[in-house]
Design a protein around this ligand. Structure first.
Ligand code: BGC
Length: 414
């Protein structure tokens, strides 16, 4: 009898706990070493609030695969509680009428006061918060293995001339100059960095924000495309299809000297125990020291009927913007906190540089959204531009002039 009562009691407690413990299914694409470590911190903090993290990880850099998986789930009427959705795509999902309001959490936690305006505008749909921001990634970085550069007496290049001279010297010395991953999003990541470095901020804005036809077809764009393609001979023959983190490990392991990539690459160096300034260098990509391509990760929440699930979503949103989470997550992820005036004392030199430049470039109007990472344009336009950039990279018979014309046509895709 006694045993039965204890068992029943325990069962009742389990039920009571289950009713309060919301299961929060979170779709993301953070599966590399550094990314998974950072995502692990989020899971820990959410579970500390008594919720249950249900992992919906879809591998694939920049989230192309994750977005396909998300569409399938939403179309079948079974959306996850939260999904990593960024930039203008938040508005596209808002138009579908499937996103839940986060206004209560935002009000309670004072988001309007602690987030930069550019971020607030992106997180809101028709004046209501529907997404919570996580971080700011800088895209226009060059990651360098200093040991390899030392072998050819070179410093980290700051101009394109220096970059190509260094690449040639490395190649002559039998060192692989560039670690490259030939996937559409990576092609465009490198391409937009070249566009910023060669064309400058105004050119970048006209080409990828205004989608100005004349700029897209201009002589400057031809020069940008030619410079981008000039990198190809310095990549290896196995670059096609390579994941970005495998390219980063080439730099980590001394198999290649440099990689153009956003600062999620730093997460890989750190996860491998490498020290910035000693084992690896982070420098602004050639010609881009006075500009900043930003990429803000965020999570949008989907409308769900279950009340417990809503509690879980609110807990998640509140966690994401909290100072504690912003610090621990971004220390692992390679990005910087999105909160204004965040304490950067625990961050390394790359993180401090990024925060300093973000503020300075915000002031001087040289902060630009990364089109390759879904920050600048409609997803359909982005996809069409991706296609042209990758076609140009892969087809050695395509001229830069014809690629520029194709870019202009692609920019009309809606
Ligand atoms: C995301 C990063 C992610 C990277 C590689 C970017 O678009 O913003 O969080 O680490 O893709 O997957």
């Amino acid at each position: 009898m006694q045993t039965l009562r204890i068992t029943l009691c325990a069962a009742a407690m389990t039920v009571a706990f289950a009713a309060n413990a919301a299961e929060v299914e979170v779709l993301h694409w953070w599966t590399s070493g550094g990314e998974a470590k950072a995502a692990g911190e989020l899971k820990k903090m959410l579970e500390a609030k008594g919720d249950k993290w249900k992992d919906f990880a879809v591998a694939g850099g920049a989230g192309e695969n994750a977005m396909t998986a998300l569409k399938t789930r939403v179309v079948s009427g079974n959306p996850p509680a939260a999904a990593q959705i960024k930039g203008p795509a938040i508005q596209e999902w808002g138009d579908e009428g499937v996103l839940a309001s986060l206004d209560d959490v935002a009000k309670a936690d004072g988001w309007d006061k602690v987030l930069p305006k550019v971020v607030i505008d992106t997180m809101k749909y028709k004046g209501h918060y529907v997404a919570a921001p996580v971080n700011v990634h800088r895209v226009n970085w060059l990651w360098v293995n200093p040991e390899l550069l030392k072998k050819v007496n070179a410093k980290a290049p700051t101009t394109w001339d220096e970059f190509f001279k260094t690449a040639e010297a490395l190649q002559k010395a039998g060192i692989q100059p560039v670690a490259y991953g030939g996937q559409p999003w990576q092609d465009s990541t490198v391409f937009e960095t070249v566009a910023l470095g060669v064309g400058g901020v105004d050119f970048y804005k006209k080409a990828f924000i205004s989608l100005d036809q004349n700029t897209l077809k201009s002589a400057t764009m031809v020069k940008v495309l030619e410079t981008y393609k000039k990198i190809k001979p310095f990549t290896d023959k196995n670059a096609a299809g390579r994941e970005w983190n495998l390219a980063t490990s080439m730099v980590i392991n001394g198999k290649a000297a440099m990689q153009f990539m956003g600062d999620w690459a730093k997460g890989e160096f750190l996860a491998a125990g490498k020290v910035p300034g000693k084992d690896f260098l982070c420098v602004a990509a050639p010609g881009t020291a006075n500009a900043y391509t930003f990429n803000i990760d965020s999570f949008a929440m989907f409308k769900l009927a279950n009340k417990d699930a809503v509690k879980g979503q609110n807990d998640l949103a509140s966690t994401l913007v909290s100072p504690q989470f912003q610090e621990i997550f971004n220390l692992n992820k390679g990005s910087i906190p999105v909160r204004l005036g965040a304490d950067m004392s625990k961050f390394d030199e790359c993180g401090k540089q990024s925060a300093k430049d973000f503020a300075a470039d915000n002031k001087s109007g040289t902060l630009v959204p990364s089109f390759a990472h879904g920050m600048a344009m409609h997803s359909a336009t982005q996809g069409a531009i991706y296609d042209v950039v990758s076609q140009f990279w892969n087809d050695d018979n395509m001229t830069a002039k014809s690629a520029a014309d194709k870019l202009a046509t692609a920019a009309k895709t809606k």
